[in-house]
Design a protein around this ligand. Structure first.
Ligand code: HEM
Length: 139
């Protein structure tokens, strides 16, 4: 009986600590969250056909977050062999910079209130996210 309780306690302890570890956020992850929040607001407005100039401030939020993210190193860098680290980091920076460039187009489309164009750029940003996460995010 006692052993059963011990087992239950151990399982409970694991259930509590495992997600806590998994959700530990890095400074880079935090910048990504900020970008994600602002992008979602633009995505919602786009779907509802409410693309207005006011969204330019959200684009600026994404840009600030991505610029900060570009200066940070992905957590996965520590798992990359020493010989490949410089290339890994240069590739990461180039990919972030490509996304930052897309934001200039997004800003122009938002300011021109061109909802279709905004939709297309959001798709490109999402493709960049997918590729970026595949290459640079730890599993
Ligand atoms: C639309 C663009 C993007 C959005 C909305 C986005 C969103 C996020 C979010 C919400 C996280 C934290 C949660 C999680 O781990 O899933 C994250 C993590 C991460 N993202 Fe992005 N992301 C975007 C683009 C990119 C790009 C282009 C790259 C790489 C060039 C990238 C690299 C990473 C990395 C490396 C992490 C893990 C954090 C760390 O290593 O410290 N993301 N992203």
């Amino acid at each position: 009986m006692k052993l059963k309780h011990l087992f239950t306690a151990a399982v409970l302890a694991l259930a509590i600590t495992v997600p806590a570890f998994a959700e530990e956020e890095t400074p880079l992850g935090k910048e990504m969250e900020k970008a994600s929040k602002a992008l979602k607001a633009i995505g919602r407005a786009q779907k509802e056909g409410k693309v207005t100039k006011d969204l330019a401030s959200k684009v600026a939020d994404i840009k600030a977050a991505f610029e900060a993210a570009a200066k940070l190193e992905p957590a996965k860098t520590k798992d990359v062999p020493a010989a490949d680290k410089a290339k890994f980091l240069a590739d990461y920076k180039a990919a972030m910079e490509a996304s930052i460039k897309e934001l200039d187009a997004l800003k122009a489309a938002v300011e021109a209130e061109k909802a279709d164009e905004v939709g297309k750029i959001l798709e490109k940003l999402n493709a960049g996210k997918k590729d970026g996460h595949k290459a640079f995010k730890a599993d």
